[in-house]
Design a protein around this ligand. Structure first.
Ligand SMILES: NC(=O)c1ccc[n+]([C@@H]2O[C@H](COP(=O)([O-])OP(=O)(O)OC[C@H]3O[C@@H](n4cnc5c(N)ncnc54)[C@H](O)[C@@H]3O)[C@@H](O)[C@H]2O)c1
Length: 346
């Protein structure tokens, strides 16, 4: 079987990650880059592939077997719709779109046309989360009661040289970072029924928030909390602890804590805490490290995308699923701004 030809639309930070990951997936080959920047032109030349300034030039010319859409959020839906009109399967970066309405329109269009749509919530392909989900689903923790997620780290001052990251709704960590934790929570613990939130911009003083606290009620009845700040000197974040992105100095600390009636699990450290004999706060715990074969989630995501294009698997994160993650993430903003809980149960 010859490799599938993939075009990468948007060759910025994450587009380059996808281009690197493509070289680790024998079933896929980079066929073209779409990006108007000079940097992208040079990148395409290095890879010996054509470069186009916009997706219509690509779609009118080559017929790639699939596209990866890694452009700014507001362009996901229009580019996605253009690809659907040509019947081309897509891997669209998170968030699926900028609004729930645009996300729904894209999902509906893909379903109507029968075009596969995979959304890039790459963490779901990480073996760490796969194992955590297995442990929770198998009932090793008993009934899940509580989940605590820490996402605390320091974005360097230079990150904010780009104005929209300081000034525009959507430039802050709710839509950029928290969305990953909302999706992680949904993947491990199921649907969210309601949430409450507060946010603050006090530390940096920019228009966008720098710190957020969220309390969530899961459909299962479990309660969860997420504490996020991008303005603190702290190591408790997914990016720093999982080794997923080599540019982060790695720390070996847990960031996610799941507790049930029979035990607890830490992530990404994957330690299972259980009572062997007597059960109570005075009794000793057994702490077991779970063995894990690590894997690069971006390459695993692309291997899955290849099987999706070939019709061998349904997308692990489809449009409707990603729309629910977006809806809950935007609800955090709404809850923080109105001071009222947001019901997501309907
Ligand atoms: N899954 C992840 O871990 C992850 C990480 C970072 C970003 N993202 C998502 O990926 C997307 C891109 O983020 P980024 O940080 O790479 O942004 P970026 O600004 O680094 O890159 C965006 C690129 O898209 C190009 N571009 C803009 N409009 C275009 C268009 N209409 N057609 C073609 N190219 C266009 C720009 O020239 C730029 O090179 C965002 O949706 C973001 O949320 C996901």
């Amino acid at each position: 079987m010859s490799p599938l030809r993939i075009a990468v639309i948007g060759a910025g930070v994450i587009g380059k990650t996808h281009i690197d990951a493509l070289s680790h997936v024998p079933d896929l080959r980079l066929a073209a880059i779409v990006d108007p920047s000079d940097e992208a032109r040079a990148l395409a030349a290095r890879h010996g592939v054509p470069v186009h300034a916009d997706c219509h030039a690509l779609l009118d010319g080559e017929q790639p077997d699939g596209v990866i859409v890694a452009t700014p959020n507001a362009t996901h839906a229009p580019i996605g719709l253009a690809c659907i009109a040509r019947g081309i399967p897509m891997l669209i970066e998170k968030p699926i779109a900028e609004t729930v309405e645009a996300a729904q329109a894209l999902t509906d269009a893909a379903e109507r046309a029968g075009v596969p749509l995979l959304v890039g919530h790459h963490r779901r392909h990480n073996p760490i989360l796969r194992m955590a989900r297995e442990v929770i689903e198998r009932g090793d923790l008993g009934a899940l009661v509580s989940a605590t997620i820490l996402y605390t780290f320091l974005k360097p001052d230079s990150y904010f040289d780009i104005a929209w990251r300081r000034q525009e709704e959507g430039g802050g960590p709710i839509l950029i970072n928290l969305i990953h934790e909302i999706d992680t929570l949904r993947f491990l613990c199921g649907d969210i029924d309601s949430l409450q939130a507060i946010r603050s911009n006090k530390t940096r003083g920019f228009v966008v928030e720098d710190t957020v606290a969220v309390a969530l009620r899961m459909r299962s009845g479990a309660l969860a909390t997420i504490s996020l700040s991008d303005a603190v000197a702290a190591p408790w974040s997914w990016d720093m602890t999982t080794g997923e992105s080599p540019q982060f100095a790695r720390q070996t600390v847990p960031t996610h804590f799941f507790s049930g009636t029979a035990g607890s699990l830490t992530v990404p450290t994957l330690e299972l805490w259980r009572y062997e004999g007597a059960r109570g706060w005075l009794d000793p715990f057994t702490r077991t490290g779970l063995p894990l074969k690590p894997g690069n989630p971006y390459a695993l995501q692309l291997q899955h995308f290849a099987r999706v294009i070939r019709g061998e698997e349904a997308p692990l994160v489809g449009g409707a699923d990603a729309t629910q993650t977006l809806r809950a993430t935007l609800a955090v903003r709404e809850a923080a701004d109105t001071g009222r809980p947001v019901d997501l149960s309907a």
